[in-house]
Design a protein around this ligand. Structure first.
Ligand code: PLP
Length: 454
C-alpha cells in the first residue's frame, strides 16, 4: 500500500468510527459500513474511496438540477454577504421575488407561506385549512382525508396523514382527525376493477368517506398528484378532476402535495397540471431548491387568503418558524428555478421518463417484474415473486437488485415502509439535467442487473 493509500484508508477509518459513535442514520437500522458520499457533479456522486455512482434517485427525489452547480453556490454566497437572515414577519427581496415566480409557475393566484421542509409545508396547510373554516362560519370542519400508501411527512400531523402503518406504529397517538381511503392503484386495484373499464371507484371512495364522516366535519383532502414514495401509483386521467369536483361539492379544500411531483419531476411544472385541476392549497419542498438549501412553501388560493386579512377580527395566521423563507434559501430556489427554465428541464423530464420506460421495455418479460410505471421521470418498477399471482417480491429479492445496481455504480431507491410484504417497488428519479449518456447507463445497468436475478 502506498503512503497516499494508507492515508486515505486511515482517514476513512477515522470517519467511520465517528459515524458509528455519533451519527444517527435516517430510516435505517444501525449501519456500521455506510456509503459516505463526498462530492457530486451533474448526475454523479463520488464516495470517499473515489467510487462514482449515478444518483438514480436525485438524492431523495430532490436534486432536480443535478449536483455541483457553481451558479447556485454563487447565488447563495452573494445572498449571504448581502443579508443572511431576517424574519418574514417583515419581508425581504428574495422571498418577494420567489413568491412571484411561484405564482407564475402555478398559473396564479396564490399567497405563499414559506417554511423549512415538506412536513412543515403540510402542517401549515392543515392549520390554514382549519383556521379558514373557522373564519368562514364552519368551525366544525377539522378532519382530513388522505390515501393508504401515501407519505406526507414525519411530523405528528403529516405522519397522521401518511397512509403507511409501519411508519406510524410506535409513535401514536398522532394528530387526530385523519381518515384514509384506498388510492388509485391500477395494477392491484383495491376495487377489483380493470384500468380503463372502471367507474373510478377510487375517486368515489373519497365522496363516500366525506359523507360517512359527515361533510360538516371534513376540512380538506390531501393527495399527491401521483403517489411517489408509496410506489409511483399514477392515477387514471379522470381521477383528480373527479376528486376536485367532489371536494368542491362539500366545501372540502383540495390540498395537493407537490413535494416530489413539483418542479418538473412529473413532466409539467407541477404534477396537478397534468390533470387540469386547480388546488386550493399546494405544498412544495425538495425540487424547490433542488435540495441545495432547505426550504418549503405552502401556496394558498387568494380566495382562502382573503379570510386571513381582516385586521379588525385578529384573523391572521398565528404561525412562525425561524428559518422559514430564509433569504439564502430563497435566493437558491430562484437560481434553481432559473436553471430549470433556461435548460428546459421540465420538458426534458417528460422526455427522459419516456426514454427510461422504453429502455426498460425488455424487463416487462422478466419473471419478477410485475409492472413498470412512470409519472414524468418518477419511475416505479414493481417486483413480484410470480407474475401470475402478483405476490409481492421478498425483501431479499428487492435488496439484491438494489445491491446489484450499487455494485455496478447505480444508486436506486425503493418504496418506504408500508404494510409488511409490500416494500417491493423500486424507484428511480434521476436529476432532470441527466445527459443521454447518463440515462443510457441507467437503462443498461438495470437491464444487466435484472438479467443476473432471474
Ligand atoms: N410529502 C411528500 C410527498 C414527501 O415525499 C415528503 C418527503 O419525502 C414529504 C412530504 C416530507 O418532506 P420533508 O422530508 O422535507 O419533511
Amino acid at each position: 500500500m502506498s503512503a497516499n493509500e494508507a492515508d486515505k484508508a486511515a482517514r476513512k477509518e477515522r470517519l467511520l468510527e465517528k459515524d458509528r459513535n455519533y451519527v444517527w442514520h435516517h430510516m435505517s437500522p444501525h449501519n456500521d459500513n455506510p456509503l459516505i458520499i463526498e462530492s457530486g457533479k451533474g448526475s454523479w456522486v463520488t464516495d470517499i474511496d473515489g467510487n462514482r455512482y449515478l444518483d438514480g434517485m436525485a438524492g431523495l427525489w430532490c436534486v432536480n438540477v443535478g449536483h455541483g452547480r457553481s451558479e447556485i453556490a454563487e447565488a447563495a454566497a452573494g445572498q449571504m454577504m448581502k443579508l443572511a437572515y431576517t424574519t418574514l414577519v417583515q419581508s425581504h427581496i428574495p422571498a418577494i421575488e420567489l413568491a412571484a415566480k411561484l405564482n407564475e409557475w402555478l398559473g396564479g393566484d396564490y399567497r405563499i407561506f414559506f417554511s423549512n421542509s415538506g412536513s412543515d409545508a403540510n402542517e401549515v396547510a392543515f392549520k390554514i385549512a382549519r383556521q379558514y373554516h373557522h373564519q368562514n362560519g364552519k368551525p366544525t370542519k377539522h378532519k382530513f382525508i388522505s390515501r393508504h400508501r401515501a407519505y406526507h411527512g414525519s411530523s405528528m400531523g403529516a405522519l397522521a396523514a401518511t397512509g403507511q402503518a409501519q411508519r406510524k406504529l410506535k409513535y401514536e397517538p398522532l394528530g387526530a382527525g385523519f381518515v384514509h381511503v384506498p388510492p388509485p392503484y391500477c395494477y392491484r386495484c383495491p376495487f377489483g376493477q380493470t384500468e380503463g373499464a372502471c367507474q373510478l371507484q377510487c375517486a368515489q371512495a373519497v365522496e363516500d368517506a366525506i359523507v360517512w364522516e359527515g361533510p360538516d366535519s371534513v376540512a380538506g383532502m390531501i393527495l399527491e398528484p401521483a403517489i411517489t414514495g408509496g410506489g409511483v401509483l399514477v392515477p387514471p386521467d379522470g381521477y383528480l378532476p373527479k376528486v376536485r369536483s367532489i371536494c368542491s361539492k362539500y366545501d372540502v379544500l383540495l390540498i395537493v402535495d407537490e413535494v416530489i411531483c413539483g418542479f418538473g419531476r412529473s413532466g409539467e411544472k407541477f404534477g396537478h397540471q397534468n390533470f387540469g385541476v386547480k388546488p386550493d392549497i399546494v405544498t412544495m419542498a425538495k425540487g424547490l431548491t433542488s435540495a441545495y438549501s432547505p426550504l418549503s412553501a405552502t401556496a394558498v388560493s387568494a380566495e382562502l387568503y382573503a379570510s386571513f386579512k381582516e385586521k379588525q377580527t385578529e384573523s391572521h395566521f398565528r404561525h412562525i418558524n425561524t428559518f422559514g423563507g430564509n433569504p439564502v434559501s430563497c435566493a437558491v430556489a430562484l437560481k434553481s428555478i432559473e436553471i430549470l427554465e433556461t435548460e428546459n428541464l421540465v420538458s426534458r423530464s417528460a422526455q427522459m421518463g419516456r426514454a427510461i420506460t422504453s429502455g426498460l421495455e425488455p424487463l416487462k418479460a422478466h419473471p419478477h417484474v410485475g409492472d413498470i410505471r412512470a409519472f414524468g421521470s418518477a419511475i416505479g418498477i414493481e417486483l413480484v415473486e410470480d407474475r401470475a399471482s402478483k405476490v409481492p417480491a421478498t425483501a431479499e429479492r428487492v435488496a439484491a437488485i438494489i445491491a446489484g445496481c450499487r455494485q455496478k455504480g447505480l444508486l436506486i431507491g425503493k418504496n418506504g415502509d408500508t404494510v409488511p410484504g409490500y416494500a417491493n417497488i423500486l424507484t428511480l428519479s434521476p436529476p432532470l439535467s441527466s445527459t443521454d449518456e447518463d440515462i443510457a447507463f441507467l437503462i443498461r445497468t438495470l437491464n444487466e442487473v435484472f438479467a443476473l436475478h432471474v
